[in-house]
Ligand binder design. Structure first.
Ligand code: RIB
Ligand code: CA
Length: 310
């Protein structure tokens, strides 16, 4: 039985692979895509989502744009990784998919209303849209199966020493979503940094031989170059599809039920995700936090999904 999924994203190179994995995996029924300002400005992340769905032959999945900036902070797009249009590298073909006229929170609401069974929300950018949805439609909370978020880390950050980009961009949104009490799973850098884009991975994707794979290889090469310059990592981590893989194949990502808190006021640690893995603070657990990944199986899933696309 396929799991109904909404992806909220900020494409962004790795977000693209999250969309493709969700569209190409048989256990996932991708029902809607919403976009948020994050890696790039909203007009870019929305345009990019339209481009990469059409290019991959993904049809019938509405795309609606959401928040152009975080709840209270200013948006600082991650141009140092993703470029000025949030999808640097390949020349972008004209999108063949129009954006849905509804705002993101209304598309989320209507998608939940349209189906009997609860829907999983996979968020791979700042949680601004999800926080706005949670605040606007508490009567729909029972229709949310769980929220799986690529963000945060049990350890070091990537935009400051202790904060990961999605959390750092809108930490207030993370607090709002956590406070809802909806089932929440965090897939952080401590796990996604195991999903490294090695030469072998690039070769395997290139060998798929379709349009999606060829475009994807250009994206990966640009992403790796950005990571080498910015993070000293010649093989970049493909963060976002790991959150999708967790939904697609339970067991592929190991999680622990633990305590997650977000630093809002730290002068050096704002946006840091504080994960109390040893229950030192004796606070009630409020999140399922990823701590392990079957790396080989993850790449198998990713490549199998790309094979099913255009
Ligand atoms: O820190 C990595 C996360 O920030 C990924 O979701 C990437 O796409 C960026 O949004
Ligand atoms: Ca992202």
């Amino acid at each position: 039985m396929a799991v109904p999924v909404i992806i909220d994203c900020d494409p962004g190179h790795d977000d693209v692979f999250a969309i493709w994995l969700a569209a190409g995996h048989p256990r996932i029924d991708l029902r809607a895509i919403t976009t948020v300002g994050g890696n790039g400005r909203l007009e870019h992340t929305t345009y990019n989502a339209r481009v990469v769905t059409g290019l991959a032959g993904i049809a019938g999945v509405p795309i609606a744009q959401g928040a152009d900036s975080p709840l209270v902070r200013a948006l600082e797009p991650a141009e140092w990784i993703h470029g000025s249009n949030a999808l640097g590298g390949p020349e972008l073909p004209e999108p063949t998919v129009d954006a849905d006229p509804r705002p993101a929170v209304e598309l989320i609401r209507d998608t939940l209303d349209a189906y009997a069974e609860p829907v999983t929300i996979v968020a791979t950018g700042p949680l601004t849209n999800i926080a706005l949805f949670v605040r606007a439609y508490p009567d729909r909370w029972p229709k949310v199966r769980e929220i799986v978020w690529m963000g945060g880390s049990t350890g070091r950050g990537n935009v400051t020493p202790y904060a990961e980009f999605n959390s750092w961009s809108d930490p207030e949104a993370v607090v709002m979503v956590l406070d809802s009490g909806l089932r929440f799973t965090m897939v952080g850098l401590n796990v996604t940094h195991q999903a490294l884009i090695t030469p072998s991975v690039i070769e395997r994707i290139a060998a798929v031989g379709n349009t999606t794979a060829a475009f994807g290889v250009e994206l990966l090469r640009y992403f790796n170059n950005s990571y080498e310059i910015d993070q000293g990592m010649p093989e970049g981590p493909l963060h976002d599809p790991v959150a999708v893989a967790l939904v697609a194949e339970p067991g592929l990502v190991e999680t622990v039920h633990t305590r997650l808190d977000i630093e809002l006021r730290g002068t050096e640690t704002s946006g840091a995700t504080s994960v109390d893995l040893i229950d030192k603070l004796k606070r009630p657990p409020n999140a399922h936090v990823a701590v392990g990944l079957d790396v080989d199986r993850f790449w198998d899933l990713m490549i199998e999904a790309i094979t099913t696309l255009a």
